[in-house]
Design a binder for this molecule. Structure first.
Ligand SMILES: Nc1ncnc2c1ncn2[C@@H]1O[C@H](COP(=O)(O)OP(=O)(O)OP(=O)(O)O)[C@@H](O)[C@H]1O
Length: 325
């Protein structure tokens, strides 16, 4: 190497190191970077929820209100904390995913979005101490790297109260904890707790001839405050998160009717690139089971098994086509 080539090589190396070690434009073209100051886009989120989430007017309203308040506040006093409640397959994970995509476009695939399942990640009650430590380290490390990290905790009703308490310091009104600020992070809890009470309230509305869309948050809150929040037998709420009022928003998910199941089938067919076939839509909706036994109004599993049932129909259609040559 002559001195000129050597300095050129060294210069290029320094430049490359600089470009790829910081969140430069070039680096972020090739790998995901944390957008530290990204705010949630209310209009985009509303459009996504209007288009994709069916039959959940309350959940939609509460989440939009929460997001509006959080994103309009340049210095929130605490992280955003949502607690989603409802029957299986009604869209709790789905909404969390849509919300996460608004902060980090890769959604659940983003390295800044973290999904925990109680039965998978924290299965053994005798290891609570270890889980607590690991979870706190994980949250601390990830929020230090990306303040707008999103943490989703599924199956909160199966989570040991000790593990839930491990999250508490991050949810509180502290400016910083050990030099890290958690105020831009989002925490979402998902749970089936209270689902039966929400279903009962929806059924009461139906029975008295009122429109589902007229159910308001105030119709559910008294029921849930007794049945979930102040019920010492409802595992989830043994935790001090409730005592400290750290949950910003309670988000109820209503049970889904057959018309919503059909909307899910149509959406799934469109996503798979097929023309919507109403015969198949009806067939899939008819294969679902509904409750209560007498009236059969609400889908037992919400829209959860729609994809699997559609797979079977897809298979049958393919075989028919093959048989016809
Ligand atoms: N309200 C809804 N609108 C549109 N699609 C829905 C809705 N609810 C469920 N789905 C569809 O069903 C799938 C399963 O729903 P999801 O996982 O969100 O249910 P969940 O409420 O989280 O259930 P669980 O309590 O059993 O975890 C979603 O990925 C979505 O495709």
């Amino acid at each position: 190497f002559d001195p000129l080539s050597a300095s050129l090589v060294a210069g290029s190396a320094v430049m490359a190191w600089h470009l790829f070690s910081s969140d430069s434009w070039l680096k972020c073209r090739f790998q995901e970077c944390c957008e530290k100051n990204r705010t949630l886009n209310f209009t985009a989120l509303k459009a996504q929820l209007d288009d994709r989430l069916f039959g959940q007017h309350l959940a939609k309203d509460v989440v939009l209100k929460a997001v509006l308040g959080f994103s309009n506040n340049p210095s929130p006093k605490k992280p955003l904390m949502l607690s989603l409640h409802g029957w299986a397959g009604t869209g709790k994970n789905f909404l969390s995913q849509i919300l996460a995509e608004q902060v980090h476009p890769a959604g659940l695939r983003s390295k800044f979005v973290h999904l925990f399942l109680a039965t998978l990640h924290f299965p053994h009650h005798d290891q609570v101490k270890l889980y607590k430590e690991q979870l706190q380290n994980w949250i601390r490390g990830n929020v230090s790297a990306c303040p707008s990290s999103v943490f989703i905790f599924d199956e909160m009703d199966k989570m040991h109260p000790g593990v839930i308490d491990a999250i508490k310091p991050f949810l509180d009104y502290y400016e910083e904890v050990d030099g890290v600020s958690y105020r831009k992070a989002i925490f979402i809890f998902l749970s089936n707790a209270g689902g039966d009470l929400i279903n009962k309230a929806a059924l009461d509305f139906w029975t008295s001839g009122k429109r589902r869309e007229d159910i308001q948050l105030k119709d559910l809150e008294p029921l849930l405050s007794v049945g979930v929040f102040n019920n010492k037998n409802s595992g989830l709420w043994h935790s001090s998160i409730i005592d400290r009022n750290l949950i910003d928003y309670f988000v109820p998910f209503l049970p889904l009717e057959q018309r919503h199941v059909k909307m899910c089938v149509r959406a799934e067919m469109t996503a798979r690139g097929y023309a919507v076939d109403e015969e198949i839509v009806q067939a899939v909706a008819d294969e679902m089971t509904y409750f209560p036994k007498e009236q059969k109004i609400y889908s037992d599993k919400g829209c959860k098994t729609v994809q699997a049932k559609l797979d079977i129909h897809e298979d049958l259609v393919m075989r028919e086509m093959k048989a016809r040559g």
